[in-house]
Ligand binder design. Structure first.
Ligand code: GH3
Ligand code: MG
Length: 457
């Protein structure tokens, strides 16, 4: 042993442990930029250490988790030295994995350990199963069957005795967080790891329960967290007032623990069901990239943003060339496999965090590039076209090329009027028609003259 420590520096020993760890380890600076990662990152997400260096962890967060992840760096890490949260992290192939993170801060660096929990999340009971449970007998079902994830409840009450009682009643089935004041409760709800349900006392010093509920309801990030009021106010008008502020239920003191537990169980089952639905409703089931619904929502938001900031928004419409021949030659199943590969390549090729690739339907895809002018959009379109060709998927019946190719319609504009949504898509479609007409496996940029040509059918 003595020889070992004499011949190996502490640095070498630490490096070896770092390299060997099966978990995700990394060092970030206080703003989230990668300084050092271990080899698990490549195994889990496909990125080499070199690819991650000089990039920021926030860029990889799922668009729905990005604000919360950014909040960790802008706010939380400056006030707490140790914190845990989870988010969805984008792999090199464009898919997302759920990760539980633990952050420890020292001297302006965050020492980070991550655990890939995708399997646990996705092995949660299937949607059908959940719906069946909910519709039939919500009260009698075992919580474990319904919600395989340990859900988190925040108890907010200025009385330590009350929070102790609640904690003791709930700790066996749930993760329980306690807060004795409104400010702290709001910051927990706005953090990256918010609770699934809040038990909220009404009469508290500084911010009372009504005000907390009002603020939670106003916050885009917090409005879906169910709130149950816990209170000694029993007058009908108090109850009614609480419910009009958005609380889903009301429990009066003194508590009946069995009733509280039964109510919580039902509300959490619904919450779990809603969360699962949310995860599933904006993803295209075949290709696992965003679907048209998600695209529509994002495009509506980005149009508003572009109008407000006067920036240029670009839309690309992509269509696989002679895909009917592909199906005829290789069969529908191979066709589906081809669609998946194309979708993955599109997602992986888009670099900016705000870019979005979605399946438009059939063998058509659409990409949204906020804050991107014609030249930039043209470059991205060309990169996407090349990426698909470089997949080298054989397409022997294609009159265009021996491998699968796409045609791309590009439009860029600063949206001005109410019809911007439809106009941009119509123009992208017209440009796509132009690309098809002029030989396929190419891009075409919309301009006034091609408007007269009519839509691509
Ligand atoms: P073009 O170059 O003009 O776009 O020719 P195309 O053959 O790609 O276009 P067309 O619209 O004639 O055919 C589209 C084909 O895409 C027909 C349809 O069977 C196939 N397709 C659409 N959705 C799916 C799908 O989900 N899976 C599979 N395998 N094929 C699909
Ligand atoms: Mg086609």
């Amino acid at each position: 042993m003595e020889d070992f420590f004499a011949t190996n520096s502490p640095q070498q020993i630490l490096n070896r442990i770092f390299a060997l760890s099966p978990g995700l380890l990394c060092i970030l600076n206080i703003d989230g930029w990668f300084e050092k990662v271990n080899s698990s990152w490549e195994k889990t997400f496909g990125y080499t250490a070199e690819e991650l260096s000089d990039t920021n962890i926030i860029e990889y967060a799922h668009p729905d988790d990005r604000d919360a992840t950014a909040f960790v760096f802008s706010e939380l890490l400056h006030t707490s030295h140790r914190l845990t949260f989870s988010n969805r992290f984008r792999s090199k192939d464009g898919s997302y994995r759920y990760v539980d993170w633990e952050f420890n801060c020292h001297d302006n660096y965050a020492y980070v350990a991550g655990v890939d929990i995708t399997h646990t999340k996705l092995s949660a009971a299937g949607l059908k199963e959940i719906r069946k449970h909910l519709v039939q007998t919500p009260l009698q079902n075992d919580l474990e069957d319904l919600c395989p994830i340990r859900q988190k409840i925040l108890v907010v009450d200025d009385s330590p005795l009350n929070t102790k009682i609640m904690e003791a009643a709930l700790i066996e089935d749930y993760e329980v967080l306690i807060s004795h004041n409104g400010k702290e409760a709001l910051s927990i709800c706005n953090s990256n790891d918010p609770p699934d349900l809040i038990l909220l006392d009404i009469i508290m010093p500084e911010i009372d329960g009504y005000e907390i509920c009002r603020r939670l309801n106003r916050g885009a990030k917090t409005k879906d967290i169910p709130v149950i009021f816990l209170t000694s106010l029993t007058a009908a008008k108090d109850i009614e007032f609480g419910l009009t502020l958005g609380a889903i239920d009301y429990i009066t003191k003194p508590f009946s623990i069995p009733i509280i537990k039964a109510k919580i169980k039902n509300h959490l089952a619904v919450k779990y069901y809603q969360d699962t639905l949310k995860i599933n409703t904006d993803v295209d089931q075949l290709t696992q990239i965003a679907n048209r619904r998600r695209f529509d929502d994002t495009m509506t938001l980005e149009i508003k943003k572009a109008k407000r900031t006067g920036t240029i928004l670009s839309v690309l419409l992509l269509d696989i060339d002679h895909f009917k021949f592909y199906n005829d030659t290789y069969g529908h199943l191979e066709g589906d496999t081809c669609l998946k590969k194309v979708a993955t390549a599109l997602s992986a090729t888009l670099k900016r965090p705000k870019d979005l690739a979605a399946r438009w339907g059939g063998e058509e895809f659409v990409c949204l590039l906020p804050n991107t002018n014609t030249k930039g959009a043209q470059n991205v379109a060309e990169a996407l076209r090349e990426a698909i060709q470089n997949l080298s998927i054989p397409h022997e019946s294609s009159p265009v090329n021996e491998v699968v190719t796409v045609s791309v319609g590009v439009v860029s504009s600063n949206p001005m009027d109410e019809n911007s949504f439809d106009n941009l898509l119509r123009q992208a479609d017209e440009a796509l028609y132009q690309a098809k007409e002029t030989g396929r496996n190419r891009i075409a940029v919309w301009h006034q003259d091609i408007e007269a040509m009519g839509p691509y059918l």
